[in-house]
Design a protein around this ligand. Structure first.
Ligand code: C2O
Ligand code: CU
Length: 509
């Protein structure tokens, strides 16, 4: 239904089949260096590392044979430099808006929740998966315009995990991230460091997304033809990018590597596999280590999901292996023939992940995922529990309390649902009777609950809510009281009402 709204591109686009494969080396984003030290009132008497991250317009070659592309990026790069943190070692980041006064992507609609006079260039940064105080979480309405900045505190009081930072400004996140405002944020901890996993040069983020490009190299963002529905509900690129390059290659040694796969695409999922029938060993999901490594042949990542994998190239000296999305190679690993010593190990156990008992939850919430269509079945907006962004807050868990949230998906698509602040566990997915729901708002299950697959048994912060299913998660609201958000991580949905505030209330007694 949504495809009907997409206008044919007004300019000729680059056809992926016309591009040479694996001609550019894979860029590895540099680790961000602190600009100095600063005090913060939350840590009296301490000096914290201070980072200054400037968002700037710049141009980059996304492929050898594509003209340079105008982009926006943190520290003038796409993806931005990697922020690295150690558990319980707080740091400060000043997020500086040094962008131009005008957006370069089409804003064809008065953006919801933002009012008519809203400046087109506004940003605010959220670290996806970080447990932070509410005033440093990048609340969508905390946006600011060029020439301004915000200083955020990251306590890093959480387990080692692959997080990522990205823009979150109200109503324009889809364009800001599409422009390039995203990067990796890695939390490490001693427990993980003891395991002997590949580290240093052998621990590499692979930041995946897709784009459409005009033949002159400009980013193309799809527009709608339908005046009654000026939004596009999806942005599916045809050019896969890894660390900001199209079809790059990486020379590797015949040994074990750790790759941190992060899907930062607007709407696309990645269905990843390796050529040569190689298996991945998945060691972590969104919020860090699984209980033990899992051998996986295919890894599906919805937007914002992460998977850390080990790939062992030791038996492949002199050969090449491709990371594929569906049947298409998107990155080529070229394995050198000379071996260096590999001291890393594949541990049999990683970290305990104690199961949350959903029956012990203080509160069980049930919320719907809704698509609002016009008479022709075109999607006009997506809602959470039938509510708009501006409606009063309805989810207000108590600090440290345990809750389950059930997402009753009334739409025809899966949606990646993300909660800020917390890590959660997937309890189950259970089919329900849509007609009974529509007729009497009654939840009638039509089959048994399906337990999450082994790779979904770790800590998560983004969950795929399948159509026709009730997807149930359980979490404890650890962290500071305040206002956070939960939303669909399809950025077009997030920007089009599929996002709600929620408020953590102070613990009683
Ligand atoms: Cu990845 Cu609300 O964010
Ligand atoms: Cu959605």
């Amino acid at each position: 239904s949504t495809a009907a709204m997409l206008a044919a591109p007004k300019v000729p686009l680059i056809n992926p089949a016309s591009l040479a494969r694996f001609v550019d080396p894979l860029p590895i984003p540099p680790t961000m260096r602190a600009a100095g030290q600063r005090a913060h009132k939350a840590y009296p008497g301490q000096q914290l590392p201070y980072y200054r991250m400037e968002m700037r317009a710049f141009q980059a070659k996304l492929h050898r044979d594509v003209p340079a592309t105008p982009l926006w990026g943190y520290a003038g790069s796409f993806p931005g430099p990697t922020l690295e943190a150690q558990r319980n070692e707080p740091l400060l980041v000043e997020w500086v808006n040094a962008l131009p006064a005008q957006h370069f992507l089409p804003i064809d609609h008065n953006i919801h929740g933002a009012g008519k006079d809203t400046p087109p260039v506004r940003v605010v940064t959220h670290v996806h998966g970080a447990r932070v105080p509410a005033d440093g979480d990048g609340y969508p309405e905390d946006w600011y315009t060029p020439g301004h900045s915000k200083l955020y505190l990251y306590p890093n009081g959480q387990d080692a995990a692959t997080l990522w930072y990205h823009d979150h400004a109200m109503g324009i996140t889809r364009l800001n991230i599409y422009a390039g405002l995203a990067g990796a944020y890695i939390v490490r901890d001693a427990e993980e460091q003891k395991l002997g996993l590949p580290s240093g040069d052998y621990d590499i983020p692979l930041i995946l997304c897709d784009r459409l490009l005009a033949q002159d190299g400009q980013l193309y963002y799809p527009v709608s033809d339908d005046p009654s529905a000026p939004w596009v509900m999806q942005c599916l690129g045809n050019l896969p990018l890894c660390n900001g390059k199209i079809f790059p290659f990486l020379e590797v040694e015949p040994r074990r590597y750790r790759f941190r796969l992060i899907n930062v695409a607007n709407t696309s999922f990645f269905d990843l596999s390796l050529s040569q029938d190689q298996a991945f060993q998945q060691i972590a999901s969104d919020q860090g280590l699984l209980s033990k490594p899992l051998e996986r042949v295919r890894i599906e990542l919805y937007p914002a999901e992460r998977a850390d994998v080990l790939i062992d190239f030791s038996a492949l000296a002199g050969k090449s292996v491709q990371l594929r999305h569906q049947s298409q190679g998107i990155v080529e690993f070229r394995v050198r023939s000379s071996a260096t010593r590999d001291a890393s190990v594949l541990p049999s156990a990683l970290r305990e992940v104690p199961r949350i008992d959903p029956a012990s939850a203080a509160r069980h919430r049930v919320m719907t995922l809704n698509e609002i269509d016009d008479a022709n079945g075109n999607a006009l907006m997506m809602l959470l529990d039938g509510k708009h962004w501006a409606d009063p807050i309805s989810e207000n868990p108590r600090q440290n309390s345990l809750e389950t949230w059930s997402f009753v998906n009334l739409t025809g698509d899966a949606h990646p649902i993300h909660l800020h602040l917390v890590r959660f566990q997937i309890v189950d997915r259970r089919p329900f009777d849509l007609f009974a729901w529509n007729a009497h708002r009654q939840l009638t299950f039509t089959g048994p609950a399906v337990a999450p697959e082994p790779h979904e048994m770790g800590w998560k912060d983004t969950v795929r809510a399948d159509p026709g299913m009730v997807t149930r998660i359980a979490m404890r609201f650890e962290g500071e009281p305040g206002r956070y958000v939960w939303h669909c991580h399809f950025l077009e949905h997030e920007d089009n009402e599929m996002m709600r505030p929620y408020e953590v209330l102070p613990a009683t007694s």
